[in-house]
Design a protein around this ligand. Structure first.
Ligand SMILES: Cc1ncc(COP(=O)(O)O)c(C=O)c1O
Length: 456
């Protein structure tokens, strides 16, 4: 194996964000050189594809075309609904009836009987809120802020809020105020400051009910009280917990009994509802109608296809049923098992129990090497590194599914431990200037279900 150059183990996507020179296209070359160097050394773990359904054991390919298979903790299919027979049957029937395309934006002729039924059913699940559908969760987060906030208004936003929320805020106003992650006092101080100088414009406080890189959550009641004290509205993005957490599936908003208290609820269908798509739920018909014509990704983008709408509708019906409750319990048990097993093997597990289990690795070089070895040891999980998380705090984000078995969990932990040991050893060799060694190879079929692993 070729020695790994230092450049492949250092640098980050942030280095290439603000490229300067007049060639808008050609200046991407420097990024590509760095990315491709990582790719050539098996250190580019992004843009992989699945060659099978996103199941607990999956086949994947890197973006260089290298195939592997293993135990899969990298898919966002928390309740394992993506291959549910009822959903597949409903989707097939919808194709027979409607074809595959909605052929218009929802503001024109893009709605179908399925999307109307989905809005109504989701509204009922959300206690009568008005629901506006979007082509993706990203579009919903962006579109809600861009739709409601104007250039004189203020957005006060958690510094770790998702890209769609940050982009929506930046598109809407220059008065964007970031506050330290989950820091209620910082929100209160900022709101007091704003209100001292500006009593007449709007303020939107933006947060998430479950942060996807840290698996932590705000105290929504306390945040609501702070908003009320300063006449601010509250937006909560519940992309990762809606449908898959809480006894009834209403996520942390339900667990904290805050459903009626939040002005704007954002949701995504892409984690639990087996489809692309998203929604914004507001309290009044007027607010919903306003969004339909002033929120660009709803007004000017094609509506959910009939297949997507019926998929989410069927998923919602399962989520609300006894089966949904059982799936949530299975998911919760798997989450607890994975967190305990990682902790038992000396790993630092971050945040609170949720379908996202972040496990700290540390430096970027170690993370990249660990990710390379994880595939070799038949484990599939996503590495998250700077700038998605702070520098030196790379981590693996294990995403748990209801369909994982106890054996899958044990196999993942064993593969991860092996990967970390190998990565640490290789990093030491590199730092000592001794270059790299050919790693022992492992075959996915040789990962026994008791989680131990045999080198070939
Ligand atoms: C908080 C949050 N909002 C929105 C999105 C985007 O959702 P979608 O994948 O449906 O576009 C994500 C996806 O990761 C997210 O984590």
């Amino acid at each position: 194996m070729k020695a790994i150059p230092k450049a492949a183990l250092s640098g980050s996507l942030k280095d290439y964000r603000a490229l300067k020179n007049s060639g808008l296209m050609s200046r991407a070359e420097s990024f590509f050189d760095w990315q491709d160097l990582r790719r050539q050394h098996g250190l580019w773990p992004y843009a992989r594809s699945t060659s099978s359904a996103p199941r607990p054991r999956s086949e994947i390919r890197t973006d260089a075309g290298e195939a592997s298979s293993g135990v899969n903790f990298a898919s966002q299919d928390y309740l394992s609904l993506s291959s549910h027979p009822r959903i597949k049957a409903a989707a097939t029937e919808a194709i027979d009836k409607y074809g595959v395309h909605s052929a218009g934006s929802a503001a024109l002729l893009g709605n179908t009987a399925y999307s109307l039924q989905l809005s109504a059913t989701l509204s009922d699940f959300l206690g009568g809120r008005e629901v506006v559908l979007y082509p993706t969760g990203w579009a919903a987060g962006y579109g809600a802020i861009q739709g409601f906030v104007r250039s004189d208004d203020h957005v006060v936003i958690d510094m770790l809020a998702h890209s769609c929320l940050q982009a929506g805020a930046a598109a809407a106003t220059q008065k964007v105020h970031y506050f330290r992650h989950l820091d209620l006092d910082a929100v209160a101080r900022r709101l007091a400051n704003i209100r001292t100088g500006d009593a007449k414009n709007g303020i939107l406080v933006v947060t998430e009910s479950l942060f996807s890189m840290h698996s932590d959550a705000p105290d929504l009641r306390a945040l609501r009280n702070v908003c009320d004290a300063y006449g601010a509205s509250l937006l909560v993005d519940c992309a990762h917990d809606f449908g898959c957490m809480g006894e009834d599936g209403l996520g942390r908003i339900g667990q904290q009994e805050m459903l009626g208290e939040i002005d704007i609820v954002i949701g995504s269908f892409s984690k639990t509802f087996a489809s692309n798509g998203g929604f914004v739920a507001v309290k009044t018909r007027a607010a919903a109608e306003y969004l339909r014509y002033y929120s660009a990704p709803h007004t000017f983008s094609n509506a959910l296809s009939p297949v997507q709408a019926v998929t989410v509708l069927e998923a919602l019906s399962i989520i609300r049923s006894g089966e949904g409750k059982e799936l949530r319990h299975e998911l919760r048990d798997n989450v607890n098992h994975l967190r305990e097993a990682m902790t038992r093997s000396g790993r630092e597990v971050l945040g609170e129990p949720s379908p996202i289990v972040p496990v700290r690795v540390g430096g970027e070089a170690l993370g990249r090497l660990a990710s390379k070895y994880l595939s070799i040891f038949a484990g599939i999980a996503n590495l998250v590194e700077f700038p998605a998380v702070p520098l030196g705090q790379s981590r693996f984000r294990f995403q748990v599914m209801a369909a994982h078995t106890a054996e899958d969990v044990e196999a993942m932990v064993a593969a991860f431990n092996r990967a970390m040991d190998s990565a640490e050893a290789e990093l030491e060799r590199i730092q000592a200037g001794a270059g790299t060694q050919q790693p022992a190879t492992f075959d996915a079929d040789q990962v026994p279900l008791d989680g131990t692993l045999t080198a070939t």
